[in-house]
Write a protein that binds this ligand. Structure first.
Ligand code: GLY
Length: 365
């Protein structure tokens, strides 16, 4: 596949480039910067060093900024460490950050860039499937605090996103499959051809060297770009006019976040979202919005990817309490993105408690 470029229109426009060996795009995306900090986890130090040498050859003054792995990077302490490195190195408004890593690293890098001098450029270089199709695209940045995950952050668009597919070749299989949950999510809410392709060829759909996976990533990013371009700040969620904008990307996330919380974040995000999609499909069916055949389609597609499609019973009170504090439940009502048929999403606020427990029974029996 030759490089694909997808434009996003937000508070500033930027491109998401999908392809192989994309480092050559970086200097142009960083043009005008003198100093560049590459924020990366220890596991990616070799890649970060190659990037540093490449950028140094192009005349940039590069600082490598190593942060803890995965969610351990998304803390106020790590952000403060990054700010102090930028301060010591004399980063100005025209300088830039590169976020190299999975979704947690790019969330942190985006947050550091958004807050340093009230906002400097960030180029995101996601190395996981989840990062490529979701976290690194769209400009949601943030860290976790004692109050919860992602409650501190900012909308801050990157100046560019480079999705280098070669990174997926060394990604652990379970991380790849978890990332597929977000691809499938896009299939259920918007581009239903994704579902057909995953169902038809689950092996090629999860083969980092296959054209099919590259094409699924392209389609998932295209949907995310369209959604973000139309509703960058997720204002539709609070407008009360019944329209659905960026919130559509939360399909499966209300129950999914509750599972993640109950599992003390030891589950991969995508695995929890897979269960969350099963739950909300059952909920929609109980509410007369979705047919049994469409619920079965959820089971079939997620099952074909080896993602979890059930959750142990007996934990309703804990899950319900976790859903109640989830930031997606706005106001006093629990709020779900539901399907009124595949590809036709809407919001259901305050479903009858009997439906809520009925859907849990359906996925736990
Ligand atoms: N991951 C959901 C969003 O970007 O809005």
């Amino acid at each position: 596949m030759s490089d694909v470029i997808i434009g996003v229109r937000a508070e500033r426009d930027y491109d998401v480039v999908i392809g192989r060996g994309l480092l050559g795009h970086l200097p142009q995306m960083l043009e005008g910067a003198q100093r560049v900090a590459i924020i990366h986890p220890g596991a990616l130090v070799a890649t970060a060093e190659v990037m540093r040498d490449d950028l140094a050859d192009s005349g940039f003054d590069v600082t490598l900024l190593e942060v803890p792995e995965a969610e351990d990077a998304k803390t106020a302490e790590v952000a403060a460490f990054c700010w102090s490195v930028l301060g010591t190195a004399g980063f100005t408004r025209s300088d830039a950050v590169v976020g190299l890593g999975g979704g947690a690293t790019t969330d942190l890098a985006g947050f550091v860039a958004a807050t340093w001098l009230r906002g400097i450029r960030v180029v995101q270089v996601p190395t996981t499937l989840l990062g490529m199709v979701d976290a690194a695209v769209g400009g949601k940045t943030g860290i976790n605090t004692d109050a919860g995950k992602n409650l501190v952050g900012s909308f801050w668009s990157p100046s560019g996103v480079l999705c280098d597919l070669t990174a997926l070749e060394s990604l652990p299989r379970n991380d790849l499959l978890a990332g597929m949950a977000e691809v499938v999510k896009v299939g259920f809410v918007r581009d239903t051809t994704i579902l057909d392709d995953v169902r038809r060829a689950p092996d090629a759909a999860t083969d980092p060297q296959a054209d099919l996976l590259a094409d699924l990533i392209r389609r998932a990013v295209q949907v995310k770009a369209d959604v973000v371009s139309a509703d960058f700040r997720e204002t539709s969620a609070t407008s009360g006019d019944g329209s659905i904008g960026r919130e559509v990307l939360n399909y499966g996330h209300t129950f999914g976040h509750a599972v993640e919380r109950r599992e003390r974040y030891r589950w991969r995000h995508g695995a929890a979202v897979a269960v969350g999609m099963m739950y909300v499909a059952e909920l929609a069916a109980l509410g007369g919005r979705l047919s049994d055949a469409d619920v079965d389609l959820h089971r079939e597609v997620l099952g074909a990817l080896g993602l979890p499609i059930s959750y142990p019973g007996g934990h309703w009170d804990e899950l319900a309490a976790a859903m109640a504090v989830d930031k997606k439940s706005r106001g006093s009502l629990l709020r779900f993105v539901v399907l009124n048929g595949v590809g036709n999403p809407g919001v259901w606020a305050g479903p009858d408690p009997a439906f809520l427990t009925g859907a849990y029974d359906a996925i736990s029996s």
